[in-house]
Design a protein around this ligand. Structure first.
Ligand code: SF4
Ligand code: SF4
Length: 383
């Protein structure tokens, strides 16, 4: 494996050019309509250069910095899930041969090679969680597997967490964490640490043979002890600045032992059941299918699209929904994320990215909801 190296920020342009020459589509954070989204990157200038985000419950805004930092924005509403597990996916088509015999045609497996650049450590954890669900679980998904095989992951460690981030609580950031089994984490081929103190530079560490090859292929100098110390200091400061904290101690039993807690009614009185939190969550995987036929009856097709446990239709079983109230749907979401996900997949369904807090139109904050339940734990009053 190549030894860690250091490049100037402009050196990232050589890496992007190399990847594009090799046939990769390079996708990463870029500013559009006042938000950092994920889109194609043609060069360093497409990154959010000199921008910083201010995120809070129900609020997001970009501000100019007085430096040229490349990675001073935390996660926006998009992440690699949009490419790996697209919001809409054509699954198959049944075509009549004209004699009432239908042939099912599946689209070819995706073969696009994507290099995700600037993947945050919490995103690596989210991909690790989705791998467990969509590669290793009962619902193994061929489309996800095909996408996943092709991708290259170039992480960017966080030096400027947002006000809604709590990855440190979940053990998923702000630096790239090793996959020690406690949290499933996708391996980064390359990890970038942006260092702003003194000379503006990027520390690059290879995590795979492919990452090693790429590092060797671009001009760099060897990393020094000072560079590594600067990384340690940057990550320690980021941990210190983390906007939120979630006490995960005993959280499974806390939530499952408080299914009748009055807080569920209180949060339901604010929740709009709009589904935003599930649409932006990098680990949510619920989908529905839509079947359509043409007017001749000779062609039918099935598409899959993201769905949400916040819609009443999603919980239809037999003639009615099993979760008719917003209280039941919010409780299902939170208990699944932090409790029953662990029963199903041996990991939390939350990686602490904070998106569901930022993009909730009424600013519902799951860290506050858990803290409120913890503060008046119904198990204590009945024991
Ligand atoms: S539940 Fe919220 S904080 Fe946790 S991973 Fe999903 S969007 Fe991020
Ligand atoms: S918690 Fe917020 S984002 Fe989620 S469904 Fe309710 S109102 Fe929408």
């Amino acid at each position: 494996m190549a030894a860690p190296g250091v490049i100037a920020p402009s050196g990232l342009g050589s890496l992007i050019a190399l990847l594009r020459d090799e046939g990769y589509r390079v996708v990463g954070p870029t500013v559009r309509d006042g938000v950092v989204v994920h889109d194609d990157l043609a060069g360093v200038d497409d990154l959010p250069v000199g921008w910083q985000d201010r995120q809070g419950p129900g609020t997001y805004r970009l501000e100019r910095r007085d430096d040229e930092a490349l990675f001073a924005t935390a996660v926006g509403p998009h992440g690699p899930k949009r490419e790996l597990f697209p919001p809409r996916q054509h699954l198959w088509e049944a075509v009549s041969d004209g004699d009432a015999v239908f042939h099912v045609v599946e689209p070819p497996a995706p073969d696009e090679r994507i290099a995700f650049l600037g993947v945050r450590p919490c995103e690596l954890a989210a991909i690790g969680v989705q791998d467990r669900v969509l590669l290793d679980g009962l619902a193994a998904d061929r489309v996800y597997a095909a996408h996943r095989e092709q991708v290259l992951l170039i992480a960017a460690e966080c030096h400027q967490p947002a006000g809604t981030c709590f990855c440190a609580s979940m053990g998923t950031g702000p630096g790239v964490v090793d996959n020690d089994g406690s949290v499933p984490v996708a391996r980064a081929d390359l990890a970038i640490t942006e260092l702003l103190e003194g000379e503006h530079r990027l520390l690059l560490r290879a995590g795979s043979e492919e990452g090693s090859r790429l590092l060797d292929a671009i001009d760099h100098r060897a990393a020094t002890a000072e560079d590594h110390a600067a990384r340690d200091a940057s990550l320690a400061a980021a941990t210190e600045q983390m906007g939120r904290h979630l006490d995960v101690e005993d959280v499974h039993d806390l939530l499952m032992g408080n299914l009748s807690h009055p807080r569920w009614d209180e949060v339901a009185s604010r929740c709009l059941a709009c589904t935003n939190c599930t649409m932006v969550c990098p680990t949510c995987f619920c989908t529905n299918v839509e079947d359509t036929t043409d007017l001749s009856g000779e062609r039918a097709s099935r598409d899959r699209r993201w769905d949400s446990c916040f819609t009443i239709e999603f919980s239809h079983a037999g003639p009615t929904s099993v979760r008719t109230s917003t209280r039941a749907r919010y409780r299902q979401w939170l208990t699944h994320k932090l409790a029953t996900w662990i029963d199903q997949f041996d990991t939390s369904g939350c990686v602490g990215c904070g998106r569901c807090i930022t993009w909730c139109p009424v600013g519902i904050d799951l860290t506050e909801e858990v803290a409120a339940i913890r503060a008046s734990d119904g198990r204590k009053s009945t024991s």
